[in-house]
Design a protein around this ligand. Structure first.
Ligand code: NDP
Length: 235
């Protein structure tokens, strides 16, 4: 069945791979991120079934506008893939308070603004699906990732609360990638030797996209709640 699927963080990496995979499967895509040129390029590659909107998930109004675009252009929203996220890897001793705040704003508030925008639409439709990208960093905390892991685990907890409140018709899935070959690894890990070891083991973003597709493709009464996808080489 063709679905209308909004993807945040669609301008690169896992979000881009997910949008491409879901478009190939025949779904209609609503693409959000801040880099509008990259969204335009992706939408052009997909064709008629994709629209895009510059979206900063830190702004509640932007998330509302993304969901409204889905309704305007395709008449509904079936799935919100909340994938936008940032990670800054550094020890707490560095006191990178601004970075802590950025991670809280994008990873936690961004998720909540997505819920605020989509939940009323899902309630009115009687169906809907939240798919949110978390991280294996939340499952195995390592030095330097305390705040990042904390934001992802905050959203893990909120997603479970959302699932319990959701009731029949609504589905809630979290997908926790391990090390994945995207800009995220190069932009978030400053230490060259650590970055090189991560890049060596990273799996393709399409591996995560396949997990998202699996959850979306289940029958309406089947709710896949948690998926973890790691490289075999990841400890
Ligand atoms: P990328 O850096 O390629 O993608 C991050 C995406 O998030 C970009 O599309 C970026 O778009 C978007 N984004 C960042 N800030 C905002 C914002 N304020 N508003 C809207 N969009 C924003 O990395 P990944 O694809 O790897 O990251 C996707 C998700 O996967 C993240 O949630 C990340 O935490 C998670 N993850 C990644 C892992 C990895 O190893 N790669 C491992 C575990 C989890 P733009 O800059 O255009 O706004």
């Amino acid at each position: 069945m063709t679905k209308v699927i909004a993807v945040t963080g669609a301008s690169s990496g896992i979000g881009e791979a997910t949008a491409l995979r879901l478009a190939r499967a025949g779904h209609q895509l609503v693409l959000g991120a801040r880099r509008e040129d990259r969204l335009a390029d992706l939408a052009a590659r997909i064709g008629d079934r994709a629209v895009f909107l510059r979206t900063d998930v830190r702004r509640r109004g932007d998330m509302a506008a993304l969901v409204a675009l889905a309704q305007e252009r395709f008449g509904r929203l079936d799935v919100l893939v909340g994938n936008a996220g940032i990670g800054i890897v550094a020890p707490l001793d560095d006191l990178g308070v601004e970075g802590w705040e950025d991670m809280i704003d994008v990873n936690i508030k961004g998720f909540l603004y997505g819920v605020a925008a989509a939940l009323p639409v899902f309630r009115a439709q009687g169906t809907g699906h939240f798919v949110t990208t978390l991280s294996t960093a939340g499952l195995k905390v390592v030095p330097g990732m305390a705040v990042y892991a904390g934001t992802k685990n905050a959203v893990r907890t909120m997603s479970e609360g959302l699932r319990q409140e959701a009731g029949a018709g609504l589905r809630v899935t979290t997908v926790s990638p391990g090390v994945t070959a995207t800009d995220f690894v190069s932009s978030s890990i400053a230490a060259p030797e650590v970055r090189a070891s991560y890049e060596a083991m990273a799996i393709s973003p399409d591996a995560i996209a396949r997990a998202v597709e699996f959850a979306i493709d289940q029958p309406a009464d089947v709710d896949v709640n948690e998926i973890v996808v790691r490289p075999t080489a990841q400890g």
